[in-house]
Design a protein around this ligand. Structure first.
Ligand code: PEP
Ligand code: MG
Length: 607
């Protein structure tokens, strides 16, 4: 690796040179400044070895793998010590990839065919990465970068360059690259890292996850980015001193919209600066308003909760006024590793969240994976229709141990504050009974082990229509239910969540979804249990009003949605929402229903 120094930001004087590009918004915020290109220097290889060196070459590979795994464990410890526990897990997972028997076997097999170890490991890692990319799952494709990163690290050790320092930034800059391996992202000096802009990668790749965790604006997947930067470099080279020519080497990126501007003119620079300072002011207002209750003008209160995917997200959610967690997705603990997380690891993660929110409750969702997200240590068969297959709680019938370990950690974390546990993919009363049975087994086992356990409220996600239709048959046995509107829409309308061609069905104001929610409200109130919504619908201000109108009193959303939803609720009367909801239930199109609630939104508040 080496840092290629782009030009530092200078006075923008060119009008014609400005170039706009567009990518995927990956971490919020606007920033402009000079750029630094980070590129891998290739590891040279001898290519072929004579047959009598096969054994020695395999030994060399084994040593390099061990050294790379040790490096990665060291980075994991350092990142954890800096307080980024979840990011540390990325490097622990990379250490596991380095030692993965399939990767080792593939490399050794290539050495057997007389490739040298450097060639063998890089080719094996690339083919492993290709397999991940070909599975058609965005999350797994994003992990391909980790495998390539690990292959490169092992190759560096083989080339005797294992001690090379990771690249640094000698001045504040926006880092640009094709893709940024997580190990590099984590080692860049945070105080000089203004932003990240990548030609490749996706919003779910680790570079983006790390950028979000560190609060650094990022745009990824920007086609043509590197060629455009190269042409600026070439122009500078041809012109001699860029300062003399008045050329700028500045990049402006908007991590909220995905806009990227190369050599922004003065007007664009001013626009980005205004955007950045407006965002700062808005954030200050959002924080000031965070203590206000989400209460309608006629006194009906809606409790706003946060959806989180890792404990690192607690800080922003608490700051923006979440009164608890309505959905803690726990998959992050289970993906990208060779064995399931231990009870102690899970307990540490859950306890961190519970302590951050106490005395407010934290709703931990049991593992929600299936055939679409293969997990090496879970025996999940390949299925023709994974979304309709053995996923989430359905796995517990054949593999209860994973869920019992998770429940043990939940019960133990409940000693630190209120915990609710909910099961995903519940279809009927017997699935709910399975949850209750697993919980009872867990409590007995903890008592036998002499371990303390707190009170846990048990509930289900309502994301399969049947679970609502037969709600009356089991709501009496559980403490709460939470509507997962993302999957509920998918299953109610037979619309694949990820299929862009079916966009026209994907409006949460669809009358079918509104009626299912209405039924869930009635059934939960007959049974006297709490009902919340934790699908994306709750974070859409107009839809949040509709949910309140339908009678939902707890809404859980991404932390960034809390301020607008709070403002929307405080600006209306529950009477108006109730009346609009009653009419909306008879609307024939989603557009009609949406219009009713959009009309009730307060005008954009000038903050
Ligand atoms: C849902 O389905 O609405 C939900 C909240 O769960 P997920 O998006 O994780 O499937
Ligand atoms: Mg779901």
């Amino acid at each position: 690796m080496g840092v290629h120094d782009g030009a530092a930001g200078r006075v923008a004087v060119q009008n014609g040179g400005m170039r706009s590009m567009h990518g995927v918004a990956a971490a919020p915020g606007q920033v402009r400044g000079g750029w630094a290109r980070i590129q891998r220097s290739p590891i040279l290889t001898g290519g072929r070895i004579p047959p009598d060196e096969v054994a020695a070459e395999r030994l060399r590979l084994g040593n390099a793998i061990a050294a790379a795994a040790l490096d990665l464990e060291g980075i994991a410890e350092r990142v954890a010590a800096e307080g980024h526990g979840e990011e540390a897990a990325i490097f622990a997972a990379q250490a596991a990839i380095a030692l993965d028997p399939a990767l080792v076997a593939m490399s050794e097999e290539r050495i057997g065919r007389l490739d040298d170890a450097v060639t063998a490991i890089q080719a094996a890692a690339e083919s492993f990465a290709d397999q991940l990319r070909s599975l058609g799952d965005e999350l797994l494709a994003a992990r391909a970068a980790d495998v390539t990163d690990v292959g490169h690290r092992i190759a560096r050790h083989l080339a005797g360059r294992g001690m090379e320092p990771e690249p640094g930034l000698d001045r504040p800059a926006i880092v640009v690259a094709d893709d940024l391996p997580p190990s590099v992202t984590a080692t860049l000096p945070r105080e000089r890292l203004l932003g990240i802009c990548l030609e490749g990668s996706s919003a779910t790749a680790h570079a983006a996850i790390l950028a979000r965790a560190y609060g650094i604006p990022a745009v990824v997947g920007v086609p043509g980015l590197l060629a455009a930067l190269r042409s600026v470099d070439d122009a500078r080279g041809a012109a001699g001193s860029s300062a003399a020519q008045g050329l700028v080497g500045e990049l402006a990126i908007d991590g909220d919209t995905g806009e990227v501007v190369l050599d922004p003119d003065e007007a664009t620079q001013a626009r980005f600066d205004r955007g950045a300072s407006l965002a700062r002011r808005r954030h200050e207002v959002d924080i000031r308003e965070a203590a206000l209750p989400a209460v309608t003008s006629d006194g009906v209160e809606v409790t706003l909760l946060a959806n989180i995917g890792t404990p690192d997200e607690c800080g922003p959610a608490v700051e923006l006024g979440a009164r608890g967690v309505g959905l803690f997705r726990t998959e992050f603990l289970f993906l990208e590793r060779a064995s399931p997380p231990t009870e102690a690891e899970q307990l540490a993660a859950y306890r961190r969240v519970v302590e951050a929110f106490a005395p407010h409750p934290v709703t931990i969702r049991l593992l929600d994976v299936g055939g679409d997200k293969p997990i090496p240590y879970l025996p999940i068969p390949t299925e023709a229709n994974p979304f309709l297959g053995v996923r989430a709680l359905r796995l517990a019938r054949t593999d209860p141990a994973v869920f019992i370990t998770q429940l043990r950690a939940c019960y133990r974390a409940a000693l630190a504050g209120p915990v609710k546990v909910m099961a995903p993919m519940v279809a009927d009363a017997s699935d709910a009974a399975l949850l209750l049975d697993l919980a009872a087994q867990t409590r007995r086992a903890l008592a036998e082990d002499g371990l303390g356990a707190g009170e846990v409220a048990l509930g289900v996600m309502l994301e399969i229509p049947s679970a609502i239709l037969v709600g009356d048959t089991y709501f009496g046995q559980i403490a709460f239910a939470s509507l997962g509107t993302n999957d509920l829409l998918q299953y109610a309308l037979a619309v694949d969540r990820g299929n862009a061609a079916l966009e026209r069905y994907r409006d949460t104001f669809h009358p079918a979804l509104l009626r299912l929610i209405h039924d869930a409200v009635l059934a939960s109130s007959r049974a006297g249990i709490d009902l919340s919504v934790c699908g994306e619908m709750a974070g859409d201000p107009a839809a949040a009003l509709a949910l309140a109108g339908l009678g939902v009193r707890q809404l859980s959303m991404a932390a960034s949605s809390l301020p607008l939803v709070r403002r929307a609720i405080r600006a209306v009367s529950a009477g108006d929402l109730d009346a609009a909801a009653r009419v909306a239930l008879d609307d024939s199109t989603a557009a009609d229903a949406r219009a009713r609630f959009t009309a009730l939104l307060p005008p954009a508040v000038d903050r």
